[in-house]
Design a protein around this ligand. Structure first.
Ligand code: XBP
Ligand code: MG
Length: 263
């Protein structure tokens, strides 16, 4: 509003520098919610049963299988290694369709909650004007309702899911697509991931990562991460200000050590 004493923008005033961090991109499984051990795993097991397969993944074995990203690939690789031969791929497609329907059902009936501290962080980011996006290797059929349920409607601006990219994490395709849809450079966004595979995907796309570990991923190799934490909450909860500080210092170190950041 203009009035007495308001002389409009002064030429002498230095231009306000736009803060570098414009968006935070969250992974879903293991990051926004603990969905793997007691979520995806029982859905896979129920699907095996419904397809007459004598397969049941226990929590430990499932932890090892998480190295294979994407549910269909995980099933196909497993069946292939157990002698299902050329049949494994087709069977995996059918088992995975059933698993996707079962897991979606669990999602829409309210089966999951966020990891502690996530709602507070997301609210703080929004107050700070930082945009929210999501990059997952999972299927849209469950990821979309899950993200809406966890974070609320109209919070996530861009949601990239497994079927939208030619290659899953650790390939950078998902993060590159999110950046493209947000219209941002790699140095204007920060990713939050839970696993070494997720970190590799983000790093290959040129972004900084805060890793928030869980029971499955604690102890993995997180070299190159901007920060590694055991949770979102605690005595020093992850906040918008903390995200900005971590992001700025990662880029400063990078620019000082390796020249200008890539665009
Ligand atoms: C998560 C995954 C997913 C889920 C299953 O990886 O690997 O495959 O386990 O989802 P990230 P789908 O957290 O790195 O995205 O069965 O829908 O593939
Ligand atoms: Mg994950």
């Amino acid at each position: 509003m203009s009035g007495i004493g308001d002389h409009g923008p002064s030429l002498a005033r230095p231009a306000l520098r736009q803060p570098r961090l414009q968006a935070v991109i969250f992974d879903v499984d293991g990051t926004l919610a603990d969905t793997e051990r007691d979520g995806h795993r029982p859905a896979f097991n129920e699907a095996f049963l419904r397809h007459g397969l004598d397969v049941a993944w226990d929590a430990e074995e499932y932890g090892r299988l998480l190295q294979i990203t994407g549910g269909r690939r995980r099933v196909a690789t497993y069946l292939g290694e157990r002698g299902y031969g050329p049949e494994a791929e087709d069977l995996a497609v059918r088992v995975h369709q059933t698993k996707t329907a079962l897991f979606r059902e669990r999602v829409v009936t309210g089966g999951f909650t966020t990891r502690p501290g996530v709602p507070e962080l997301v609210a703080d980011l929004r107050r700070a004007g930082i945009r929210i996006a999501v990059a997952t290797t999972g299927r849209r059929a469950w990821a979309e309702p899950l993200v809406t349920q966890l974070l609320g409607p109209d919070v996530v601006e861009v949601l990239v899911t497994g079927e939208m990219v030619p290659r899953l994490k650790p390939d950078p395709a998902a993060y590159r697509l999110v950046l493209q849809e947000l219209g941002l450079r790699a140095d204007e966004a920060l990713a939050v991931e839970d696993s070494a595979i997720g970190l590799r995907s983000v790093t290959a796309a040129g972004l900084a990562t805060i890793v928030v570990t869980n029971d499955y991923t604690a102890g993995q190799d997180f070299a190159g991460a901007a920060a590694v934490r055991a949770g979102f909450d605690g005595p020093e909860p992850l906040s918008a200000q903390r995200c900005r500080a971590v992001h700025d210092s990662w880029w400063t170190r990078r620019e000082e050590g390796m020249g200008p950041a890539p665009t």
